[in-house]
Design a protein around this ligand. Structure first.
Ligand SMILES: Cc1ncc(COP(=O)(O)O)c(C=O)c1O
Length: 506
């Protein structure tokens, strides 16, 4: 069993229980109270995280350590030879990784003096938030928020006649197979999975490669460089990757325990004139909360008043737990503001299908089609044929998913309360995430430590505007129960290693 990471934890539960006004900024390394680390320990598991070659992965791990302030500005790295030895890689791997960070301005080398951390506040490279929690490597994965397997799905066969009915031929349809667009339009017309029944034509549907692509296309179509996208300051990590990737700005809206605050939304609209608002009515990723209907109405009244377009992400709506009212939608609550919605089969069926959709007025659908053509030529036909075979069973599949998730959330909550007694673990109203607050200033180093213990959880910072370090973990419990137990046991061991007990107890 590897030993504990050799640095001190800033543990101050009183400070963390407050709204964290004095939470350290990424550049404020003194506040992190880190006696700078044994790099081997800090970067442990680096080769299993991130994407690409070994040097790229090493650069990724070092970048994270610098950007979270764990490696302070001015700190001198050990010589390359020593680094190569302690990380058990070649000198070439080290120099390529350091070159990459020098290129980004995060490291600076001076002849004869060595290599120094240059700046912790550089903008992160594009796309790293989702990468950080999706690319897992060895160990128990409690980070990826998707169904773990296909065991909740009926056995279906691809029905090629559906392709033939769609026109057959090469099978390339940028807006989706006509039969698929029609089937999704029908989901809206029938209601249930997509909320109350709504008139919807197939030409108001664009089949995308998941909700993530749907968001990306809509944001590209609706948000220009001169105006930001308003969104809750705590959010699905992918939305920030999308904004970074398109060089766009976020206008963060404040939240309370129920979700987005109307007064903060109004202030953001008045002061920053956002081009659109992105909302999850719930269950929200990562808090698992459903916006209360009165809150949806108050927010809708504001977007109506200022005529702000709304991008409503209903990806998780069908996973609202029994006993919690299904979220009221902006589509219903808004009287005049344009509302477009996004859906997906990832959370209810299987994320590997890579199928989602946009529902929007036809002219906007057409705009997203042109954006789409700059990226790819449409979703995979076999995926859509599988989906078409699953759709008739969708209500039963969703019910089974809810049943399993309720069980996993209950079990996971009990296990994690035992594993980390000082943690405050959220009670989601749907979905698969336990949003967990630890009595430490920055959960990032604990995530690295947990990885050394063979369990992968995500730091809450990937869900926050500015990626500020904070005390939260995003733990996905959508796993078979025995795997969940194993993951919780490993987290318990990591937590025992992490806490210098007098500090946590105080
Ligand atoms: C709120 C939200 N929107 C969108 C997505 C992306 O889903 P998809 O796999 O359909 O691209 C996710 C996935 O975690 C999500 O939680």
């Amino acid at each position: 069993m590897p030993g504990p990471i050799a640095y001190d934890w800033l543990v101050d539960s009183q400070t963390n229980r407050r709204a964290n006004p004095d939470r350290p900024s990424p550049g404020d390394v003194t506040a992190l109270a880190v006696a700078v680390p044994d790099l081997g320990g800090l970067l442990s598991g680096w080769a299993d995280v991130g994407h690409g070659t070994l040097p790229r992965r090493l650069a990724h791990a070092l970048r994270r350590a610098i950007q979270s302030g764990v490696l302070p500005t001015g700190w001198r790295l050990p010589p390359e030879r020593q680094l190569a030895e302690s990380l058990a890689v070649s000198r070439t791997t080290i120099s390529e990784a350091l070159d990459e960070l020098r290129g980004e301005g995060l490291l600076r080398s001076t002849q004869g003096r060595g290599t120094f951390v240059s700046s912790p506040v550089q903008a992160a490279p594009v796309g790293t938030r989702v990468a950080d929690h999706l690319s897992v490597g060895r160990g128990v994965d409690l980070a990826t928020g998707n169904p773990p397997d296909l065991s909740h799905l009926p056995n279906v066969e691809i029905d090629m006649s559906l392709l033939t009915a769609s026109g057959g031929g090469p099978g390339v349809y940028v807006m989706g197979l006509p039969a698929m667009a029609e089937a999704v339009a029908d989901l809206y017309r029938r209601g249930g999975f997509t909320g109350p029944p709504r008139r919807t034509d197939a030409d108001e549907i664009h089949i995308t490669s998941g909700a993530h692509q749907a968001m990306s296309l809509l944001i590209a179509a609706l948000v220009g460089r001169d105006r930001p996208l308003a969104l809750a300051q705590l959010n699905y990590p992918g939305i920030f990757d999308i904004l970074d990737g398109q060089g766009l700005r976020a206008a963060p809206v404040g939240i309370d325990s129920a979700g987005m605050l109307p007064e903060s939304l109004e202030q953001v609209i008045v002061e920053q004139r956002p081009a659109a608002l992105y909302v999850q009515v719930g269950p929200h990723n990562p808090t698992g909360k459903v916006l209360p209907p009165a809150r949806v109405r108050a927010l809708a009244e504001i977007v109506d008043r200022y005529d702000v377009a709304v991008i409503e992400d209903n990806t998780l709506a069908a996973l609202t737990f029994p006993g919690v009212s299904r979220p009221e939608t902006f589509l219903d609550a808004c009287r005049s503001a344009p509302v477009v919605s996004i859906g997906s089969l990832s959370k209810v069926c299987w994320a590997g299908l890579r199928l989602g959709w946009i529902r929007a007025p036809q002219p906007l659908i057409e705009q997203t089609m042109y954006r789409r053509l700059s990226i790819d030529l449409g979703a995979s036909a076999p995926s859509q044929l599988i989906a078409l075979s699953l759709l008739p069973h969708l209500d039963d599949i969703a019910a089974e998913r809810r049943r399993r998730l309720v069980e996993a959330v209950e079990y996971g909550h009990a296990l994690l309360s035992e594993a980390m007694p000082e943690a405050v673990i959220g009670r989601p109203e749907g979905g698969s995430v336990l949003w967990t607050e630890l009595p430490i200033a920055d959960s990032g180093p604990f995530v690295s430590l947990a990885r050394r213990h063979g369990v992968h959880v995500a730091p809450g910072s990937i869900c926050v505007t500015g990626r500020l370090p904070g005390p939260y973990l995003r733990i996905c419990v959508d796993r078979p129960l025995d795997l969940l137990r194993e993951g919780a046991d490993r987290l318990a061991r990591a937590w025992r290693d992490a806490r210098p007990s007098p500090l946590v107890a105080g």
